[in-house]
Design a protein around this ligand. Sequence first.
Ligand code: ZN
Length: 188
Amino acid sequence: MNKLTIAAQTIKDRVSALDVGNALGLNVDKHGRCSCPFHNGKDRNMKLFPGNRGYSCFVCHASGDVIRFVQEYNGCTFKEAVNWLNNAFNLGMDISSPMSPYERKRAKFAQWHRKNEQDFRAWKDRFGFDMALLADDIVRILENIRDEKRPRTYGEWDSDFCVAVELLPEARQFAEDCMMECMKEVQN
Ligand SMILES: [Zn+2]
């Protein structure tokens, strides 16, 4: 799994074909129908679904997920479509730089999480909260502080930045431990 695959999955989880049709100004009616941009139809033969169900044209049978839609619409590659969606919907994902070891573990956990959704939910109902996701949220908050408060010039001092940098390794270790623990518990 690389960053592009993860970004694509995140997009499919968060952006619907209906959102994309509206963002592109396709004049979508309240039933999610619009004229099909792929066979240049005049009637409302294209249905854009909410959630992750994609789109479908009753005439030319064009269909697929949001990324496929943007690829066809913009005439671009998969990667370009992912970048376009990331920007258009302000998802703020860093797709180009390589993954850190922690990001790799976070991605693995997210993948496992999706596969075991049901078992996980039963487990979570028992405990009332999800420590692994909570711990990962703390890591994300610290990463944001680190990035926002990073000193711009040499000698500049920001105490929030220093605290975030100091706490991050421990927070990541704690989150990794929680993820491992969670996977072990749910599988048993
Ligand atoms: Zn069509």
